[in-house]
Design a protein. Structure first.
Length: 131
């Protein structure tokens, strides 16, 4: 397991600031589609709107545009419009977006750890119910 981070929890102001900062970070990536979009951009690099639309099953054009606008507003994704006919619009992670990589990897590690932990618990609970 990785090193544990020290959280100086004695200071109430610090705890409030941490909670506020974490909430702000999660707000930037919350929602059904943002993590899927980010995973595509991390894996494949720069993608056109139509490519993202094809890669993300079930997303509407309206929702795709909205989610990309929000990611752009938050500095995570960069939108590049090429002056040509037909218009070509590409999306890529910014440096700030790339900086999310280690945090997202840590979240994935946590999810796997949680799944293993709760799977064992679910088996115990299911076994208890069989009695």
């Amino acid at each position: 397991m990785g090193a544990e981070r020290h959280w100086p929890c004695e200071d109430a102001q610090f705890r409030t600031a941490c909670a506020s900062g974490a909430s702000e970070a999660l707000r930037c990536i919350e929602g059904k589609w943002k993590m899927i979009l980010l995973s595509q951009l991390f894996a494949l690099g720069t993608l056109r709107f139509s490519e993202l639309e094809r890669l993300v099953a079930g997303i509407t054009q309206k929702m795709l545009a909205q989610q990309l606008r929000e990611l752009e507003r938050d500095g995570i994704v960069k939108r590049t419009v090429h002056a040509q006919v037909p218009p070509k619009v590409e999306y890529a992670l910014t440096d700030l977006g790339h900086a999310l990589g280690p945090a997202l990897a840590a979240l994935l590690d946590w999810v796997e750890r949680r799944r293993r932990s709760t799977a064992g618990h679910a088996n115990v609970v299911a076994g208890d119910e069989a009695d």
